[in-house]
Design a protein around this ligand. Structure first.
Ligand code: PXL
Length: 293
């Protein structure tokens, strides 16, 4: 048997007390998706890839069911445990730590129940995040629209008003705006409407849902309206694309980018990740966060 000596000295980073050298920090409040394509795992991989120290506080555990058409098996994390995670994280990295606060940017992914929405809304109301990026996960692939109306309504009432940046997909943009989206013009109208409702910068995603050769998203922040477009890569949605897009926005905001710059970088990041996607035995491929490399 051979063994290779592990030279830890070669990997050791020089000790530093230079705060400027420390990475930006970002938190995701999201669910675990067991196969690693979506959810908190996608967020953390995106943060890491973009040079940001990632923290995940889990809201639920999703395990697809290969015996039942890959539908979601959803288990919420206990409310007290969600509150404890948020308490620990904000005490360690937020203003409560006594040290300068390094955590001013949070992403919110799947919450999944009205109870979790209340727990998270309460924790956020008691903290002072500068950037609150909301990926308004209303339903996932395999779920029926309208499956969880109470959750959708609670998200709109309690979380949307806290958001500074929101990234709805086609379905979510229709639901949040109340408008039907059939083309670029109606996607623009929906983005404007969602901004008016929330005050947040909006990146509304047409994705593969709108006809045409390009995957088109609309950015609107009250001043600037910009259409972000990239050639479609296939016609099938890729797992983790929405999570990674919002996570990339979050990472860029944590590093100090403007919302528009963050949107542009995130679009390029996701396009490269879809181009280099990972195939699996599931009926959908997963985005590869290492795609841009
Ligand atoms: O892609 C949306 C999403 C977000 N978060 C979790 C998920 C999914 C979809 O599967 O499971 C945990």
């Amino acid at each position: 048997m051979t063994s290779t000596a592990f030279d830890s000295a070669a990997l050791a980073a020089p000790a530093h007390d230079d705060a400027a050298a420390a990475p930006a920090v970002a938190l995701t409040i999201a669910g675990s998706e067991a196969t690693g394509g979506a959810g908190a795992q996608a967020d953390l991989k995106t943060f890491q890839e973009l040079g940001v120290f990632g923290i995940a506080n889990l809201t639920c555990i999703v395990s697809f069911d290969p015996q039942d058409n890959w539908n979601h098996r959803f288990v919420p994390v206990d409310q007290q445990v969600i509150a404890h995670q948020l308490e620990a994280t904000t005490a360690a990295y937020g203003a409560a730590s006594g040290a300068p606060s390094v955590l001013d940017t949070v992403k919110i992914g799947m919450l999944g129940s009205p109870a979790t929405i209340s727990t998270v809304a309460e924790a956020l109301a008691g903290s002072a995040f500068k950037n609150v990026v909301l990926d308004p996960v209303l339903i996932c692939k395999g779920q029926e629209p309208g499956h969880a109306l109470d959750t959708d309504q609670a998200l709109k009432a309690q979380i949307l008003p806290l958001a500074t940046f929101v990234t709805p997909n086609h379905f979510e943009a229709e639901s949040l705006s109340g408008l039907e989206i059939t083309d670029l013009e109606s996607l623009k109208a929906a983005a404007i409407r969602i901004h008016e409702l929330s005050g947040a910068a909006v990146l509304a995603k047409g994705g593969v849902r709108l006809a045409g050769p390009d995957a088109v998203d609309v950015y609107y922040d009250g001043d600037t309206l910009e259409v972000l477009s990239a050639p479609k890569v296939g016609d099938v949605a890729v797992s983790g694309a929405g999570c990674s897009l919002a996570a990339a926005v979050t990472a860029e905001l944590a590093k100090g980018a403007t919302p528009l710059e963050a949107a542009r970088t995130a679009k390029a990041f996701v396009t490269a990740g879809i181009r280099n996607r990972v195939a699996s035995g599931a009926p959908f491929d997963a985005l590869w966060q290492g795609g841009p490399r």
